[in-house]
Structure formats: C-alpha cells, structure tokens
Design a protein around this ligand. Structure first.
Ligand SMILES: [Zn+2]
Length: 229
C-alpha cells in the first residue's frame, strides 16, 4: 500500500500524540453524554386517563423504554430513565436523581389533554430560567452565562425534536412555549418537556397506544437527540 505524503504526516502526528498522551485514546472511548428520559407520572399517578382506560403513565413509559432501546445504538450516550416500571416517583425524587446524575439534557415525556376531542399534535415546553428580581439569591455573571447556555441548548434541542416529530404529526406541531416546568425547578440543566399528542383525541390516542407508533416516535426522538450531540 502506497501512502501519500499527507497520510504519512497524519500517521506520524497521531503516533506522536498517542505516545505523548496515551490518555487521549482512552478518553475518546470512555467519554459519554448522559441523557435522562423522564416518563412522566407512574404508579399512583396515572396522568391523563382516556375513554379506553389507557393511562398517560403507561404510554410515556412505553415510549421512554423504546427510546432508550433506540439510543442504546449510540455508544457515546448513556441513557437513564427516571423510572423503568409502573412505580410512583415524586417530582422531588426525580429532581434529586437528576441533580446527582448531572446529565447533558433531560427530556420529559407527557401526553396532552384538551377540551373536547379535536385537539391534536405535539407541544413543547421549556423553563425560562428567569429569576424574580427580589430573589434572595444574588445573581452572578457566571450563573447568567450558564443559564443562557442551558436555554440555548434547550431551544436547539427543541428545534431538532420539532423537526423529527413533524414527520409523524404532519402540520400538527403546536410550537415551543416557555412555561413553568416543575421537574426543572432548581435544576441548572436543559430540560425539555414534550407533550406527545392528545389522549383526549380518540384517533390520536389509538395511535399512541400502538407499539408501532411508539417505536416511530422513539426513533424520531432518538434521531433528534443523536443530532443534538
Ligand atoms: Zn402529563
């Protein structure tokens, strides 16, 4: 095999790099982005329950588990679910775990409910990171810069999620809104809440309950998350 001049230089450069910094290779192999997927509700908290008795907690768990499976194909990601079965986990407990894990992003999955049966599509929320002016905690420049980073990461993630879900819910994206997200309280992290369709819309609910749609949603979300990193 003949090597070009350029290839030779590249090989020499890499050899020198790994001789001087053997940790580099190891580092590249072990660095992982941690992603927390939050299947909302669970256990005693069923979330929205529709006419056919399928509860929001079961749909969010099924989609979260399918998403974890999809993301397992990406060796650079480590995925943690806030619950892996039908158990009650309070918001405080979820926040405590998330704070311990310090993930790169948190994606909280919900199913929406509307007045009447016609509301449909997906919707996203993110916390605005605004602090009250009379907050006793004094703001520092560093915190502000961090908040801005979390905010821009959240918005970037939401755009990717929107793009992914647009294919599954054609013309049904209801947009991104700044809102109070109780899960995100006191967490200085990008937290995005996605409301995946409406449990109060019989057609949409039927779709959401099918394993095939759950897999499609998981695949779309996984694609968005993979492109985020
Ligand atoms: Zn919910």
């Amino acid at each position: 095999m003949m090597l070009g001049k350029c290839q030779k230089y590249t090989m020499v450069l890499f050899s020198v790099l790994f001789m001087c910094f053997p940790g580099l290779l190891l580092h590249a192999q072990t660095v992982k982005h941690v992603v927390v997927i939050d299947p909302a509700h669970g256990g005693e908290d069923a979330g929205v329950v529709g006419i056919d008795k399928i509860a929001e907690k079961d749909l969010t768990l099924a989609i979260a588990q399918a998403l974890k499976k999809e993301l397992a194909q990406n060796a650079n990601l480590e995925v943690v679910l806030t619950r892996d079965s039908d158990i009650t986990v309070s918001l405080a407990e979820r926040r405590k775990n998330i704070r311990k894990i310090q993930p790169a992003i948190v994606l909280s999955l919900h199913i929406n409910a509307g007045f009447g049966k016609t509301s449909s599509g997906f919707e996203m929320y993110y916390p605005g990171f605004h602090e009250e002016n009379d907050s006793p905690k004094k703001k520092t420049g560093k915190d502000d810069a961090n908040d801005e980073k979390y905010l821009s990461d959240t918005v970037r993630l939401s755009r990717l999620v929107q793009k992914g879900l647009d294919g599954l819910f054609p013309r049904k994206g209801r947009g991104l809104r700044e809102a109070d997200v109780p899960l995100a309280e006191d967490l200085a992290l990008p937290v995005l809440t996605v409301e995946l369709g409406f449990a109060t819309n019989p057609e949409e609910k039927k779709k959401l309950a099918s394993g095939r749609t759950q897999k499609d949603i998981a695949r779309a979300l996984a694609k968005s998350i993979n492109s985020f990193f």
